[in-house]
Design a protein around this ligand. Sequence first.
Ligand SMILES: [Zn+2]
Length: 76
Amino acid sequence: MGRRHRDYKAEWESGGEAGEKPRKMCAVSGKRMYANEGEAKATATHRLRDPEAGAKQLRVYRCMYCNAWHLTSKEQ
Ligand SMILES: [Zn+2]
């Protein structure tokens, strides 16, 4: 159905790497789940160094829904 396509797009917008198999995704935000803050920050640092990722800034935050960590490029 169309839902799968939308989920993929949400992952892409959040900075997901092309060609990498998607891991656990948050059912609410559609973002990739990180088990802890360190893993999320390490990924954010890696993406900020990659010009192809196009990320200008990334913030890590704990999701109140899935209790995992996510990355966001939004200032909030
Ligand atoms: Zn979540």
